[in-house]
Ligand binder design. Structure first.
Ligand SMILES: Nc1ncnc2c1ncn2[C@@H]1O[C@H](COP(=O)(O)OP(=O)(O)OP(=O)(O)O)[C@@H](O)[C@H]1O
Length: 737
């Protein structure tokens, strides 16, 4: 294997975004404890499908304690756990906490929150903001005995932080300290410190407009400017005012940011800024001598260069744009590792957004002795988290991003594409190697390329459609929508398009007011279009089937996709052919689902695994879809829907008509040259090669998403009858009356 050449004499370091030239400092602490004995022969471990572990079990148990659970005994158990504190552990962790830079500012921070309703904390990464500041507030009794919420843009961070802080407090996860993320709630009414995604706090607003159960809201990673964080920041301003007039105790707000964007938040809220100095261990940066086009291959070579030359302990974290690249690289690593003599065992783990929280948490489990963990991740691992043991980062410099293209007079489209990251992302990625000790970061791009990157990623509000945002604000109340102040005002055109989309879905009426349909759509933890499909299914009595389809659309494709081996590509094509429907990919997905559920219901866990392997399907993805389906089903039952699978209304065309009600704007008509023209903005799209409709020449198609690579490709495509479009327009608008 040819070696990758990196620039860097080992002196270049990056510490919290500052490039320095001092020599490497700090020494590595001993490796965290290992759990199994080393083998003579080198082994490869995988986060294989179906491989359950302790975390999975505890997550499963946690459902018994869910706040949604109406039985009493779990609450009793929680209450009991709530009172149990492992004093020894708490004291041991206290010594570690006291080493963090933020500890010296403890009193000043508590005073500042006492004396101000809002403060902005500008803290360097690694200073201890996220784990410590909420504990300081809890310990000081701020918040009138109400809960403290800490919002995170990403699920994996919310869950792992709650794990860490519950350890630090010596309590059981889900009792004093808990988390709440989409489709997974590990908290109860007695939880005082709740790490949650910004999206979950938005959802809580739907049932508690003034967030009356909270005394403090801490908004973490505010500089990431996700759409939901922006929505919370804007909404809190009016909530604070309205809590005063409702004679509720004041709501305290802490906005935490890692960059100089802090000034923007301070101006917005007219709030003081407090600075916390950070402590980041030095990270040596190595830039590639030339930009590496085949970054998967570049990452592969770099992994083995590190593995064969660097001592243990020292796990490797690789940043890639998406799941496809992760799967490709994972397969290549195991191929090479199978045939080559390795210095140590390796354990390959994956981390990306659509994995379940339990699957994501596997990356935090220590590797067995004499084993190097290789974690293949997307940008979900970029901020907030600490993966113990990681000393080396490999950065492809790329991320998959969703961007919304608006269009004059029509309805814009969401497109996924791979693009270079920002400088601040690159620095965050490098920083993951220096959380516990000195580390190294290998960039698969030149220093020149790094210097040409934009300083920050633009706020999500500038690259997303506003359907969700407007619907959520209106669902909280028209007053919330009217009083809402944007940190960055979206364009008038984007607002109009969102209103048009929502009108098309029947979510708002012609005066722009939210309808009953709109309120139902906002209440579902889904994109409004997907939620609309479920409502359509209610009318057509096929909710049970649509639930399965919506769950499948919420995860990645269960069919293994890209790997470079042509034999594997052929096998994947066989899988697609085996389950293919003449109607297209949506029904094909349901064919996979039905076959999978047959095996689940009749076979053992081993049978399911074997069946998935034999059919080239990801059991992990299907299991995740099953989890999501059961959560959605619970939600639909609460809304009074019949979720049974009704054999009489199961015909494929009825199901596709339901899908079309939520995706009416994702429709294209076939042209003479074989391409398709979108009906809403006249753009040209091609059917993705993985679609079973590729050869069918259907005159009219609908699709779930567009991907922009060498052309604009429609993915998850089905053939529809043009006459259905008229019926859909009628149904949706009838819903809005
Ligand atoms: N799960 C963990 N395992 C080991 N150490 C941890 C863990 N979580 C946090 N730490 C330690 O605590 C330090 C502070 O973490 P914390 O997340 O509070 O920092 P932060 O200031 O919020 O940084 P960031 O902005 O990067 O999230 C980390 O640098 C690390 O040394």
């Amino acid at each position: 294997m040819a070696k990758i050449k990196f620039d860097g004499d080992g002196n270049k370091q990056e510490t919290n975004g500052k490039r320095e030239t001092s020599p490497v400092k700090g020494s590595a602490p001993p490796f965290a404890s290992s759990v199994s004995s080393p083998s003579k022969k080198k082994r490869i471990y995988f986060d294989a499908d179906g491989m359950d572990d302790g975390i999975r079990d505890s997550a499963r148990d946690s459902n018994h304690y869910s706040t949604h659970d109406s039985t009493n005994s779990p609450h009793k158990a929680r209450r009991k756990a709530h009172k149990k504190v492992d004093i020894e552990q708490r004291n041991r962790m206290l010594e570690i906490r006291k080493q963090l830079p933020i500890w010296t500012g403890r009193e000043a921070l508590i005073d500042a929150v006492h004396n101000n309703d809002i403060i902005v904390v500008l803290g360097e990464t690694g200073s201890g903001k996220t784990t410590q500041l909420p504990q300081f507030l809890l310990e000081s009794g701020i918040g009138s005995g109400r809960k403290i919420a800490v919002t995170q843009p990403r699920r994996v961070a919310a869950v792992s932080l709650a794990h860490r802080v519950s350890q630090e407090t010596g309590t059981q996860l889900g009792s004093l300290v808990g988390y709440s993320v989409r489709f997974d709630d590990m908290s109860w009414k007695g939880t005082r410190l709740k790490y949650m995604t910004d999206g979950m706090l938005m959802r809580e607003l739907l049932s508690d407009e003034l967030l009356s159960q909270y005394g403090v809201i801490v908004i973490d990673e505010a500089h990431e400017r996700t759409l939901r964080t922006d929505l919370i920041i804007g909404t809190l301003k009016s909530i604070m005012r309205r809590r005063h007039s409702a004679a509720l105790p004041p709501l305290k707000v802490v906005v935490m940011s890692a960059t100089l964007d802090a000034d923007k938040f301070a101006r917005f809220y007219n709030a003081p800024v407090l600075y916390v100095k950070g402590r980041q261990h030095p990270v040596r940066i190595f830039n590639a001598r030339e930009d590496i086009q085949d970054y998967v291959d570049g990452a592969l070579k770099t992994i083995f260069q590190i593995h064969q030359t660097q001592p243990l302990p020292g796990d490797i974290l690789v940043f890639l744009p998406g799941q496809e690249e992760i799967n490709t690289l994972g397969a290549s690593i195991s191929l090479i590792a199978d045939g080559a003599p390795l210095k140590h065992d390796i354990s390959i783990l994956r981390l990306y957004a659509s994995l379940s929280p339990a699957q994501q948490q596997k990356v935090f489990v220590n590797a067995p002795a004499n084993t190097r963990k290789i974690i293949l991740a997307t940008n979900v691992a970029e901020t907030s988290i600490t993966i113990a043991g990681v000393r080396h980062v490999i950065d492809s410099g790329l991320a998959r991003e969703r961007k919304y293209y608006s269009s004059h007079g029509g309805i814009g489209v969401d497109t996924l594409f791979v693009k270079p990251i920002s400088k601040s992302s690159a620095m965050q990625r490098a920083g993951r190697a220096g959380r516990e000790s000195a580390g190294t970061c290998y960039r698969l791009y030149t220093e020149r390329t790094f210097l040409s990157l934009p300083p920050t990623t633009p706020p999500e509000i500038e690259r997303t459609n506003l359907n969700f945002a407007i619907l959520q604000l209106k669902a909280v109340s028209e007053e919330t929508f009217r009083n809402f102040e944007w940190l960055d005002e979206p364009s008038e055109e984007a607002m109009q398009q969102a209103h048009m989309n929502l009108f098309g879905l029947g979510a708002v009426n012609e005066r722009g007011e939210i309808t009953e349909v709109g309120k139902k759509l906002a209440g579902m933890p889904l994109d409004p279009g997907i939620a609309r499909m479920l409502l359509a299914a209610q009318t057509r009595e096929c909710v049970g089937t649509l639930l399965s389809l919506c769950a499948l659309l919420a995860v990645d494709s269960p069919i293994y996709t890209a790997t470079s081996a042509s034999q594997e590509q052929e096998e994947q094509q066989h899988t697609r052919d085996r389950f293919a429907s003449r109607h297209g990919d949506h029904i094909s997905l349901l064919h996979i689902w039905d076959a999978y559920m047959d095996v689940v219901q009749s076979g053992s866990t081993g049978d399911v695994k074997e069946w998935c392997v034999a059919n080239k399907l990801s059991e992990r993805t299907l299991r995740r879809a099953r989890d999501i389906r059961s959560q959605l089903s619970h939600q639909c039952l609460k809304m009074g829907m019949d979720v049974s699978v009704n054999a009489h209304t199961q015909d494929d065309e009825t199901i596709l008509q339901c899908v079309l009600e939520g995706m009416f704007h994702n429709v294209a008509i076939r042209q003479g040259d074989g391409t398709y023209r979108q009906i809403v903005n006249q753009g040209l799209v091609k059917i993705h090669p993985t679609s079973c409709l590729l050869q069918r020449k259907a005159p009219c198609i609908m699709y779930s998403e567009l991907t922009l690579t060498t052309a604009t490709y429609a993915r998850t495509v089905s053939a529809i009858h043009p006459a259905w479009l008229r019926a859909v327009a009628f149904y949706n608008q009838r819903g809005s009356m």
